[in-house]
Design a binder for this molecule. Structure first.
Ligand code: FE
Length: 344
């Protein structure tokens, strides 16, 4: 009896070993978690046979984990949701360069990480704009149509933002530093602090809600939070969106600040070929549409159209054209300025 069981388990064990050897896997460290991404990943598994093991975290947590794992890290693909964070990961040596004609022809050059001569280190996959939201009753759109205008004394006591040091704001201010130079950016940050209606608290959605309630007149928000509320069927969201409107900032100058979600192959990726295949898949038309759609964003690949009523309603806009690496480079300077002006 014992022997028979032993033989049976030995046979099972050898099957298991064979199965493991044949199973292709990919370890994805992701700071992005949407239901729709799940379907995207399972479609990849279906078409390639490569199983995706996902390790979720936020941007900072994912970077910290990769650093502590070092060369023993099982990570193959690193997916982050902010340009400055991608730059940080790049400069911490967490990516490896990859050469891929598909990625290099499909992802615009200004949305890619460092080109090492052996290929780029990471690739933008979707874009979002940082827009200005205002209370239609209390604020005139012409008073808030640029990032600079939000620092004007006429908007005193009206501005609400999430923490100045949040990556979305650090990236915005890093871009403004690139467009305006240091003295003007520091003056702008000082003006923001002077114009705050309350100490920064909550996320972008909380700022939009506070604009709707009248506690604030103006907020800064990523476009997808606005789109999410526009698409909501909850009566309270429908009511709150009736009170607010959106301005595309700086349309007569450098354009609205655009941030990205992007991914690269991890430095010590045990499954490099699978990782490249996965990135190329994410750059395909269908995956681009789906990836962007899941979070009400725009595809990074030009010419890929989304079918999204909220984004259509927001309309087209002039985006800034900036090398996203510049935003990363500027973040240290921005953090110093935030400290100096007391923007928490
Ligand atoms: Fe977000």
């Amino acid at each position: 009896m014992f022997l028979r069981t032993f033989i049976a388990s030995a046979i099972l064990a050898s099957f298991a070993v064979t199965a493991v050897a044949q199973e292709k896997v990919l370890n994805l460290y992701s700071a992005r978690h949407y239901q729709t991404d799940e379907a995207l990943y399972s479609n990849f598994t279906k078409t390639t046979g490569i199983k995706i093991n996902r390790v979720d975290g936020d941007d900072a947590g994912t970077i910290a984990r990769l650093k502590s794992e070092g060369s023993a890290s099982p990570a193959d693909v690193i997916l982050l949701v902010d340009a400055a964070r991608l730059w940080r990961a790049e400069n911490d040596g967490l990516f490896q360069p990859i050469e891929s004609t598909t990625l290099e022809t499909r992802i615009p050059a200004n949305l890619r990480g460092k080109d090492t001569g052996k290929g780029s280190e990471w690739f933008g996959l979707s874009t979002r704009a940082r827009v200005i939201v205002y209370n239609k009753e209390h604020v005139q759109p012409t008073d808030v149509d640029t990032y600079e205008a939000l620092a004007d004394p006429k908007n005193k006591g009206k501005l609400c933002t999430r923490s100045g040091a949040h990556p979305y704001n650090v990236s915005l201010f890093g871009a403004l530093l690139e467009h305006l130079g240091e003295p003007k950016t520091e003056a702008l940050l000082k003006g923001y602090v002077a114009n705050l209606a309350r100490s920064p608290v909550g996320g972008d959605t909380d700022q939009i809600k506070a604009v709707s309630s009248g506690e604030c007149g103006i907020a800064i928000s990523n476009s997808y939070y606005v789109a999410r509320l526009m698409k909501s069927t909850k009566p309270e969201d429908i009511a709150l969106m009736k009170k607010v409107a959106v301005v595309w900032p700086n349309q007569k100058s450098f354009g609205a600040h655009v941030n990205i979600a992007g991914a690269g192959v991890a430095k010590y990726a045990p499954h490099r070929a699978e990782a490249v295949k996965f990135l190329e898949y994410l750059a395909s038309d269908d995956a681009q549409r789906y990836f962007a759609e899941g979070n009400n964003e725009w595809p990074a690949v030009k010419g890929v159209k989304t079918e999204n009523a909220a984004l259509d309603a927001l309309g087209t806009f002039k985006p800034e054209i900036i090398d996203v690496s510049a935003v990363g480079r500027n973040q240290q300077k921005v953090l110093q300025m935030l400290d100096k002006v007391g923007y928490k």
